[in-house]
Write a protein that binds this ligand. Structure first.
Ligand code: G3I
Length: 397
């Protein structure tokens, strides 16, 4: 399959390099890649290294380092919350485009690619929608129409400005859910049946012929048993294969990459194998929300370096496993961290009992951590024959 899109990826790469933190080599100062940003180093491979962006932090005048690093270190950005339904349409029919417009304009000014997050998810839905369904004032038929209208309206507004859309997010259950046999979960499957997934991709495609349309989920970094009844990666693989066979315009699968150092996790070869298997379906892949958290034991909270160091090193190792695997597979187009500083991370607020944190690549004072350095070295030392330029699929009609 000759993938014409390579030239386009190259174009985006060139434009983006223009604003990133690049230190030009001179006669007296030979080229030192360690001074380059993750964004610049990623684009050497056509890989977009990105971050989730909190608009509250971006607009916080007392926190200028946040905005500086977002614009200078990363080639791609994802809105952490302001492009979610509850933010875009808090009141039925009354759209709150301001924060999302500001986010997209900010990316455009920095010539950064944008991952649109998220069109269809069971979380962060507006209360008027969920309560309307709950009290029966919104019928199933009307709900389906509301979903189509939401996707069409949002995708139309940002047509041509979004590189990748997370069309559907976290539609598949986990082995710890009830029933434990994997199934389609959540508000949309319960109210519309799993057919909403194919509908959502078709509606998004109708609104933007060029955006790459992704299914996004967590705990799909590598295959397990290979049985879709308990292996979530296999379930998502089979779902993607089935959607492709139906002619549904799904272009990619996003693996969120929310890991914890207390878990077994995966090695680089396992993750590479998974990306290659998805690539075999003709879809692109991406790591879309990478962070690697650790348990904040009393020792860690007390600043005990003997407890902190192994966690920082384990976190760095896991960030690097995903990066090395992504670099090794040409259809892995982007690597996005879900927040880059421990000062602005969703982890401590979500995982508070027992407390977890230390999940990102910069510390609370915006000092690069071991994880940042390991990602940088992965990007610097990568190259042929195992790491080659990215190949993006043509958006499926
Ligand atoms: O905006 C309100 C604010 O008005 C209020 O004062 C404040 C206090 O409660 O809450 C604010 O809303 C919070 C919102 O983030 C914006 O900051 C919500 O409580 C909080 O639950 C929400 O958390 C987000 C979470 O998704 C919600 O599910 C996280 O920031 C965000 O990082 C997280 O991101 C998700 C991805 O979208 C999908 N994959 C998993 C990932 C982590 O959960």
């Amino acid at each position: 399959m000759k993938l014409r899109q390579w030239s386009t990826v190259g174009l985006v790469a060139v434009a983006t390099i223009a604003t990133l933190n690049t230190v030009p080599a001179t006669a007296s100062r030979p080229y030192d890649p360690t001074t380059q940003s993750l964004g610049t180093l990623g684009l050497r491979h056509g890989l977009h290294v990105g971050t989730a962006v909190s608009m509250d932090a971006l607009n916080d005048a007392s926190d200028p380092q946040y905005r500086k690093l977002v614009s200078s270190e990363f080639a791609s950005v994802t809105a952490e919350n302001v492009m979610k339904w509850e933010s875009l349409e808090p009141t039925r029919g009354a759209y709150n485009w301001g924060p999302a417009d500001q986010f997209v304009d900010f990316a455009k000014r920095n010539r950064q690619s944008v991952r649109g997050h998220v069109l269809v998810w069971h979380n962060q839905l507006p209360a008027w929608l969920t309560s309307g369904v709950a009290d029966g004032s919104i019928s199933k038929q009307e709900l389906r129409e509301l979903l189509r209208n939401h996707i069409t309206t949002v995708v139309n507004r940002y047509k041509g400005k979004i590189w990748q859309w997370d069309v559907v997010n976290e539609a598949v259950s986990d082995p710890w859910d009830t029933p434990s046999t994997l199934h389609y979960k959540g508000f949309w499957a319960q109210n519309l049946g799993p057919g909403y997934i194919a509908d959502a991709f078709r509606w998004a495609r109708a609104a933007d012929p060029k955006a790459l349309l992704f299914y996004n989920d967590y705990n799909i970094e590598a295959f397990g048993s290979g049985n879709p009844a308990d292996d979530k990666t296999q379930f998502v693989y089979d779902m993607t294969k089935s959607l492709r066979a139906q002619g549904v315009p799904i272009d990619g699968v996003g693996s969120q990459g929310h890991l914890g150092t207390q878990y077994g996790n995966f090695d680089t070869l396992q993750v590479t194998a998974a990306l290659k298997k998805f690539s075999g379906l003709g879809v692109a892949t991406a790591f879309t929300e990478v962070d690697v958290r650790s348990q904040l034991t009393e020792g860690v909270q007390a600043g005990n370096s003997e407890e902190i160091n192994p966690r920082l090193q384990a976190s760095a190792a896991n960030f690097s496993v995903l990066m090395k695997a992504c670099l090794a597979v040409r259809s892995c187009l982007s690597y996005t961290v879900w927040g880059f500083s421990d000062k602005h991370s969703w982890v401590p607020g979500w995982f508070d009992d027992p407390p977890e944190g230390l999940a990102t690549i910069y510390d609370e004072n915006y000092q690069p951590k071991r994880a940042y350095q390991e990602l940088k070295s992965d990007l610097i030392f990568a190259g042929p024959p195992y790491v080659l330029p990215r190949i993006a699929p043509k958006p499926r009609r």
